[in-house]
Design a protein around this ligand. Structure first.
Ligand code: SER
Length: 597
C-alpha cells in the first residue's frame, strides 16, 4: 500500500484508470438535484445520471466516470464519529448498457489490488442472497471466484445489505456487490460479517447492477437495458489506503482540525467531547462551504435545503461554544476549504466572497439569538415540573431562537433533562403543513388574484427578474419568492448587498424599454430539458411535471404556470417603489405598474 496517499493522487488514479478502460470523464454536477423533488441533495454519483440510466443517450458515451460531490444528512447524528461526513466526494464509474457484472467486477478487482495495492487476502465481498423480487446473485459470486477470491471471502447478504437505490423515492435500483477491507480485528461473534458494524470490515466500494425501476407505488419493473453504477467514497478510501483511524486524518479534513487546535489551544484526540466537537465543526463547515458555493448557490433559510444549511451552520457554531471558541472560526475554516478545493471545483473559488459573507451573516445572527435562547432555556428548565421538555417548548425554541431540536436535546442533556421529541415533531409538522400550503401558492405562480391586473404585474415580474440579472451583471441571481396583489408586485431574489439608486433606476429603465417595444408574450409547451437548453429560468423546476409552460417576453424566458398579459403594451409604466432586505443574502423589490387597472 502506498504511504500517505493524498486526495489529489487518488482522484487522478481513479479517473486515469477508468479512462484507460475507455470511460469518458464527466464533470461533477450541482449538489442540488435537478427535477427530483423527492430528495433535497445529490446523494450519490448516479443521481445526476438518472435520465441516462433510464435510457436517454449521454453525450459523452456509454462508459462514464467522475468524482461527484455529495451531501447526505440522514446520518447527521453520527457525524463526530470516525467515518461519517455530511459532505463527501464519490468516485464512480458507469456502464450505460455497455458492460455488466463481469467487466465491472474485474475492473474493481484490478483497481483495488493492482493500482491501490490492497492485499487480495484482505478483500471481502458481499453479494445479493436473493428474495422473491430478484434471484440470488450466483453470477457475481462466480466472477469473484474467477478473479481469485476464495469462498470464505464471499458473503451472501439480504436486501437490506445488498440492494441499492433508488436515490429518491422512485428511480433505478438493483442488487449490488460491495467490497470490504478486513482490518484484521477479531470477529465480534460467530455471525460477524461485512454486514456487521463492529469495525472488522470497512466498506470501500459498491457496484450496483441496475436492472430495475421502482415506481411511486413501490413496484419494481425490469429495465430494458442493464446498467452498472459504482461508488467509492474518496475520504473513506483515503483513510483505508493510508491506514488512518478516521477520515479526519485525511488531507481533506486534517487542516480544519489543525486550525481548530490552534484556535482552541486544545488537542485533538485528547478529550472525547472536544474531539467530537472538532469533527462536527470541520465537517459541517466544509458542507456549508460547498452548499454556499454551489453552482446553484444556496442561502440559509427556514425551508428545504436552506434549512439544512442553516442547521449545519448553527450546529457548527454551537459546537464552537463547546470548544470555547468564537463562531467566527467557521469563516477561518471556510477560507482554508476554499484554498483546498478551488482548483478542483472552480465554483468554490468563484463564490469565495459569497461563502464568507453568508457564513458571517448567519453566524452573527445566530450568535445574537443564541444568548437569548440560552437564557430562555434556563428559565424554561426552572418552570418544568418533570425532567422532560415539552415538544411545544422545543418547537418554540426552534421557531423563535433558531435552536435546532438536537441543540435543545444537547442543552437538555447537560442538565439531566430529555425532550418530548414526538411532541416537537407534531408541532413541526403543523408548521410544515402551513409552509407547504404557502409553497403550493407559490407554485401557482405566486398569484393571489388571477385577474388581468395581476396577470400584467406577473409579466412585469418576469421582465424584472431578467433585467436584474442583466443590470447587476450576475447570472447567479435567483428568484427567492414572488407575491402579487392587484396593487403591486413583490419580488425576492438572491443578492448579497443593497442595490445602488443608479442600479435601481437602470433596472426600471430596462423594464420600461422592453414594455415600450409592444412585444407579444409567447407561450410554448416543452420538456424541462428543452426549456433548460433554451436557457429558460424557473425556480420551481423540480416541482413541475414532464411538460412545462415556457413564457418568452423580450429579454425574459421563464418556466411558469402563468397567466400573463398578451402583449407588453398592456403594462403601462413600471416603477420600483422599494428595494430592501428580505433576509440574509436576499433582497426584496416592490414595484407597481402605473395606470394599471
Ligand atoms: N449508488 C451507489 C451508492 O451510492 C453506488 O454508486 O453506493
Amino acid at each position: 500500500m502506498s504511504e500517505r496517499m493524498n486526495s489529489e493522487t487518488l482522484r487522478k488514479l481513479y479517473l486515469d484508470f477508468f479512462k484507460s478502460k475507455g470511460h469518458a470523464v464527466i464533470p461533477t454536477a450541482s449538489l442540488i438535484p435537478e427535477n427530483d423533488p423527492t430528495v433535497l441533495f445529490t446523494t450519490a454519483g448516479m443521481h445526476p445520471l438518472v435520465p441516462y440510466l433510464l435510457g436517454e443517450k449521454h453525450p459523452a458515451g456509454d462508459k462514464l466516470t467522475d468524482v461527484q460531490i455529495c451531501v447526505r444528512t440522514g446520518d447527521i447524528d453520527e457525524v463526530g464519529d470516525e467515518s461519517h461526513c455530511t459532505f463527501f466526494e464519490m468516485l464512480g464509474n458507469w456502464s450505460l448498457g455497455a458492460y455488466f457484472k463481469k467487466e465491472s467486477i474485474a475492473y474493481s478487482y484490478e483497481f483495488l489490488t493492482k493500482v491501490l495495492g490492497i492485499d487480495t487476502t484482505k478483500l471481502n465481498v458481499s453479494v445479493f442472497a436473493g428474495d422473491e423480487s430478484c434471484p440470488r446473485d450466483n453470477e457475481s459470486a462466480e466472477i469473484w471466484k474467477s478473479v481469485g477470491l476464495k469462498d470464505e471471502q464471499i458473503f451472501f447478504l439480504p436486501k437490506e445489505n445488498n440492494w441499492w437505490g433508488p436515490a429518491g423515492q422512485t428511480g433505478p435500483c438493483g442488487p449490488d456487490t460491495e467490497m470490504f477491507i478486513d482490518t484484521g480485528k477479531d470477529k465480534c461473534s460467530d455471525d460477524c460479517s461485512p454486514a456487521c458494524s463492529c469495525g472488522k470490515y470497512l466498506e470501500i466500494w459498491n457496484n450496483v447492477f441496475m436492472q430495475y425501476f421502482k415506481d411511486s407505488d413501490g413496484k419494481l419493473s425490469p429495465m430494458e437495458r442493464k446498467n452498472v453504477d459504482t461508488g467509492m467514497g474518496l475520504e473513506r478510501t483515503l483513510c483505508i489506503v493510508n491506514g488512518y483511524k478516521s477520515v479526519y486524518e485525511t488531507d481533506l479534513l486534517a487542516f480544519s482540525i489543525k486550525k481548530l487546535e490552534e484556535l482552541s489551544g486544545k488537542k485533538y484526540g485528547e478529550n472525547e467531547d472536544d474531539t467530537r466537537a472538532m469533527r462536527i465543526i470541520a465537517d459541517h463547515t466544509r458542507t456549508a462551504t460547498f452548499l454556499l458555493g454551489d453552482v446553484k448557490p444556496l442561502s440559509p433559510s427556514n425551508v428545504d435545503q436552506g434549512y439544512v444549511l442553516r442547521r449545519l451552520i448553527r450546529r457548527a457554531v454551537r459546537y464552537c461554544r463547546v470548544l470555547g471558541i468564537d463562531g467566527s472560526a467557521l469563516i477561518e475554516l471556510a477560507k482554508l476549504n476554499i484554498e483546498k478545493y478551488k482548483d478542483i471545483y472552480k465554483n468554490i473559488g468563484d463564490n469565495a466572497q459569497r461563502i464568507e459573507d453568508e457564513l458571517r451573516m448567519e453566524q452573527e445572527k445566530f450568535d445574537k439569538t443564541i444568548e437569548q435562547g440560552i437564557n430562555e432555556f434556563g428559565k424554561v428548565v426552572k418552570h418544568i415540573p418533570s425532567t422532560t421538555i415539552p415538544g411545544k417548548t422545543a418547537f418554540r425554541l426552534y421557531d423563535t431562537f433558531g435552536f435546532p431540536l438536537e441543540m435543545t436535546i444537547e442543552l437538555a442533556k447537560e442538565v439531566g433533562f430529555d425532550v418530548d421529541v414526538q411532541g416537537y415533531e407534531e408541532a413541526f409538522k403543523k408548521h410544515q403543513e402551513l409552509s407547504k400550503a404557502g409553497a403550493e401558492q407559490k407554485f401557482k405562480g405566486g398569484l393571489a388574484d388571477t385577474g388581468e391586473v395581476t396577470a400584467r404585474l406577473h409579466t412585469a415580474t418576469h421582465l424584472l427578474n431578467a433585467a436584474l440579472k442583466i443590470v447587476l451583471n450576475d447570472k447567479t441571481i435567483m428568484q427567492r419568492g414572488s407575491n402579487i396583489t392587484p396593487e403591486r408586485l413583490r419580488f425576492d431574489f438572491s443578492f448579497p448587498r443593497p442595490m445602488t439608486p443608479e442600479e435601481i433606476q437602470a433596472v426600471e429603465d430596462l423594464v420600461n424599454e422592453e414594455i415600450k417595444k409592444n412585444q407579444d408574450v409567447i407561450l410554448e409547451e416543452m420538456s424541462v430539458a428543452e426549456a433548460k437548453a433554451q436557457g429558460a429560468v424557473g425556480v420551481f423546476d423540480s416541482k413541475y411535471g414532464e411538460v412545462v409552460k415556457v413564457y418568452t417576453v423580450g429579454i425574459s424566458k421563464e418556466i411558469c404556470g402563468g397567466p400573463h398579459a398578451k402583449n407588453t403594451s398592456e403594462l403601462g409604466h413600471f416603477k420600483i417603489v422599494k428595494e430592501q432586505s428580505s433576509s440574509a443574502g436576499v433582497r426584496r423589490i416592490k414595484a407597481i405598474l402605473e395606470n394599471n387597472q
